[in-house]
Design a protein around this ligand. Structure first.
Ligand SMILES: [Zn+2]
Ligand SMILES: [Zn+2]
Length: 342
């Protein structure tokens, strides 16, 4: 079998495929041909010559960067294959956000899978992660790649929010969510939990919520969390309601108008107490769109690749774990990935 790094290897611009002449989620500067795993800004950048991605990811990029985000859009549905300079490429669901995909690259009998970001649990806003069988090299993210990271059940976290709403009927619950992925997942989980009152959203969430709804994700009755003319007493209407907005908006004029708010934040990082404290979060909701330690290790066992490459965060612990399991593993030092959306 050929050496895997002939098919995919790190470059300063990101993960590159020499025979196919394309990059996967290039992080630095524009390239001629990019395959994009999902719409978060650290993976999906504007300005590439051609972009191959799921139709949902292409829509998300157009919504965020404008229709001219690339010269050529190449939509690829899950399971469809395409040949790029003799390299076979297809996409498998990654379970991270709407449209998120693992990129499967095949050449001369070698199959490599690049996960992008992923999680294993069921999420009402996107297709669930699928294990790609017979994978030789599995390139896994490791954003939460430490044994201390064990995300609790999402329904339990939503129940925490709903009982607080029940308890503090006179206060506004101001829930911090990133605009792509987390916002829609929190809304969909609240609907699943039976919450059918209107939900009020910051203007920054509107476009993407609409895009999700157009893609068949049920979000129920969403209303703008805006006040008409700043009239006195106007903000009283939000007492007892749930308002969602980007965390950064809480300290600006928009966030300060809500009466006696309970400040909440839905993020995987809320498991780190220090972070919740720094942000002045009153109610932290641990809700991550990334695999936690158990999901990472279970996924590696299930995929059972010949080689594991680890990227995106805490590579070292997972490399050590893999070596103890008798697996061949190495860190892939790709710079530029941050933690947008978690
Ligand atoms: Zn992401
Ligand atoms: Zn990422």
């Amino acid at each position: 079998m050929i050496r895997p790094d002939l098919l995919l290897h790190e470059t300063p611009k990101g993960l590159y495929c020499p025979p196919g002449d394309f990059y996967i989620d290039p992080v630095r500067g524009a390239v001629d041909r990019a395959i994009i795993t999902h719409g978060h800004a650290d993976h999906a950048r504007a300005g590439h010559g051609a972009v191959l991605a799921t139709p949902e990811t292409l829509d998300i990029m157009a919504a965020r960067y404008g229709e001219a985000f690339t010269a050529t859009r190449q939509p690829l549905e899950f399971g469809e294959t395409v040949e790029i300079n003799g390299v076979t490429v297809w996409l498998a669901p990654a379970g991270h956000i709407l449209g998120s995909a693992q990129v499967v690259v095949e050449w001369r009998g070698l199959r490599m899978v690049c996960t992008g970001d992923y999680k294993r649990r069921q999420d009402p806003t996107c297709r669930r992660f699928e294990v790609v069988p017979n994978t030789h090299v599995f390139i896994s993210e490791a954003t939460f790649g430490l044994p201390v990271f064990r995300h609790p059940d999402d329904r339990g976290e939503m129940a925490k929010l709903l009982s607080s709403v029940e308890l503090f009927k006179d206060r506004t619950h101001l829930v911090g969510v990133y605009s792509l992925g987390k916002a829609q997942r929190v809304i969909a989980l609240l609907r699943e939990a039976g919450y059918d009152r209107p939900l009020y959203i910051h203007g920054a969430l509107e476009t993407l919520c609409t895009l999700y709804q157009e893609n068949g994700v049920e979000l129920g009755d969403l209303r703008p969390a805006t006040l008409e003319k700043g009239q006195r007493g106007e903000s009283e209407q939000f007492r007892g309601e749930i308002v969602l907005g980007p965390p950064a908006s809480f300290n600006d004029k928009w966030g300060r108008r809500f009466p006696d708010p309970v400040t909440c934040f839905a993020s995987g990082w809320m498991s780190v107490r220090q972070r919740a404290k720094q942000r002045g979060v009153e109610l932290s909701l641990i809700l991550s769109d990334h695999a936690d330690w158990d999901e990472l290790t279970e996924t590696v066992r299930e995929v059972d690749p010949e080689e594991l490459w680890i990227t995106h965060g805490r590579e070292d612990a997972l490399v050590r774990w893999a070596e103890l399991e008798g697996r061949k593993a190495r860190p892939l030092r790709l710079v530029g990935y941050e933690e947008e959306g978690d």
